[in-house]
Design a protein around this ligand. Structure first.
Ligand SMILES: [Fe+2]
Length: 196
């Protein structure tokens, strides 16, 4: 059963500071491309002769499967993250507990995004069930999510996320992203991750 694109969860015409064109292009070309690539990789994996296949074929396909699958999942988390909404007490209380204040958390999260400007990767706000806490994490090459953790917010720092609107001004893109946080959805994800 091939993977299918999930419908766009944000309204692409209602993200202040970002054009509808870039959101739709990101959804169709980059997210859509990851899903398409994942299906092509899965088809090759389904046809592989496992005992006879060279190790570099197995390694290559499994590595690319991980990259494409996580790119699909993180892009879904990215679009879920857009669409300004207020948090309820669930996420707000947890952020206060783990970061001191919402402002502290936002400062750190935005700084991590800006630090990736000109490079690539993801910045995630993730819930780590091991210690029952929120952690801002860095994820390179669409991989490297904190083991066992659930991403609640995802900031895409690959150039395709901002170049069309912001050119090389990655920092302005991060500021626009921070002004459009869908905190209600993030809080609902936190409640689900906690099993509430
Ligand atoms: Fe992207």
């Amino acid at each position: 059963m091939p993977y299918e694109l999930k419908p766009l969860t944000c309204n692409p015409g209602a993200i202040s500071g970002m054009s509808e064109k870039i959101i739709v292009s990101h959804y169709e070309n980059n997210y859509g491309g990851a899903v398409k690539r994942l299906n092509a990789i899965e088809a090759q994996l389904a046809a592989i002769d496992w005992p006879a296949a060279p190790v570099f074929t197995i390694n290559g396909l499994k590595r690319e499967q991980m990259v494409a699958m996580n790119s699909m999942l993180l892009h879904e988390a990215f679009f879920d993250s857009l669409g300004a909404s207020q948090t309820d007490a669930g996420l707000a209380t947890q952020i206060d507990k783990d970061f001191g204040s919402f402002s502290n958390w936002a400062t750190q999260f935005a700084a991590m995004g800006k630090a990736l400007g000109g490079g690539s990767g993801w910045v995630l706000l993730a819930w780590s069930p091991r210690d029952g806490k929120l952690v801002n994490t860095w994820a390179a090459d669409h991989t490297g999510n904190l083991a066992g953790a659930t991403p609640l917010l995802a900031l895409d720092m690959y150039e395709h996320s901002y170049h069309m609107d912001f050119g090389a001004k990655a920092g302005a893109y991060v500021d626009a992203y921070m002004n459009n946080l869908n905190l209600a959805t993030a809080s609902a994800k936190l409640a689900r991750a906690k099993g509430a």
